[in-house]
Design a protein around this ligand. Sequence first.
Ligand code: FAD
Length: 412
Amino acid sequence: MATLPVINRSLCMGCGACTGVCPADALSLEGGAAVCDAAKCTGCGVCAGACPVEAISGFGKAASAPAADSAAPAAKGEVWVFAEQTGGRVATVTYELLGEGRKLADALGVRLAAVLLGSGTEAMARALGERGADRVYVADRPELAVFQDERYAAVIADAVRREKPQILLCGATAIGRSVASRIAVGLGTGLTADCTALAIDPETRHLLQTRPAFGGNILATIETPDHRPQMATVRPKVMREAAAVPGRVVETVPLLDGAEEGVVEAVLRARTERLGFEASTGDGGVNLAGADIIVAGGRGMQKAENFALLRELAEVLGGAVGASRAAVDAGWIPYAHQVGQTGRTVCPKIYFACGISGQIQHLAGMSSSDIVVAINRDPAAPIFQHAAYGLVGDALEIVPALTKAFRRRLGR
Ligand code: FAD
């Protein structure tokens, strides 16, 4: 039985080189990419040799299989991390992605690269190298100084088409989500949003993309076997940042330099114009994600007024106040403070869990904290299994005592 070519639509340029050489007239162009007519194909493989971008491979599927307009993974290709930056500062999620990306790249035996867009990017490119990027693709233009999804997506998609990474990771932030979805649509590839774990399947070498599903009741692991690049957005604060190695040298590759001005103009064309920027005040100024110390309260705090005790301790320690969903649902504190699967994911140096039982959905948002201090009057509360320090007793007595002790010690 004849076998069919597998056509990688994200690599195919629609140049027609294969249609011209096919002796059985089985190939044609549809929607800008080659498609194969299973009824005509003899499986001779001439098309694969003619393709200038190696978009045709396979010949492993039976002719009775559905027509191969799907794509086959290219064997090679780097692991890419979108280097999110705002105002010349690289977002910490980028360093988390570089930490994870390094493991993936090593498992695949390929290079880890970052793709950085902005204006005045030199210091940021250096920082990305110090955090483990072997190579940084840089598009440095005044038009890219601030994030605009259309432009950023066009530049990155263009680079992907030329460089053919096999994996592209973005942070699951407002910027990351916006740009990743546009890139994925532009390239006709899949995108797994909001991943909490990534790994390489040792047999297939596919990216295993794990994310909570059905309201967090299960963890689903998703693969993108037929299209490249494999794209995922990753929740901030779930993965560890790559450690910095000061002075580590990185290779930079300019993305737009050398291209004809007309081509650059076309890539940078945008239908939107940025008029200004106003910071949101909708979350009451809560910056849980960036806090080094979080004092969080749950149902065990018993009433809204008792959250004043947590606020006092947080103030003395220079931290922020968090809460369990039970406390938020009770109306004791606004949603912006909620930590957990349906709230914020945090990764502070110290997390005080006061009157919080430690249900899985709460742990999902804070289990990456460096040190957990649990205060609970039930010695069997699950939170103690995740705590470096456990204080068994009434939070309404222990929290004020801690505040007093820290105030004395810190002179505040
Ligand atoms: P409880 O589980 O009721 O625990 C209260 C604790 O306080 C107990 O351990 C008790 O011993 C202790 N206690 C009582 N009085 C005192 C006292 N005086 N001093 C000290 N300790 C005391 N939860 C989240 O937190 N975040 C989420 O994002 C989230 N998302 C969810 C998503 C889904 C789909 C579902 C189904 C649930 C979600 N939940 C979430 C809810 C979660 O399952 C728990 O119900 C919630 O975390 C419980 O909050 P809690 O620990 O404050 O309350």
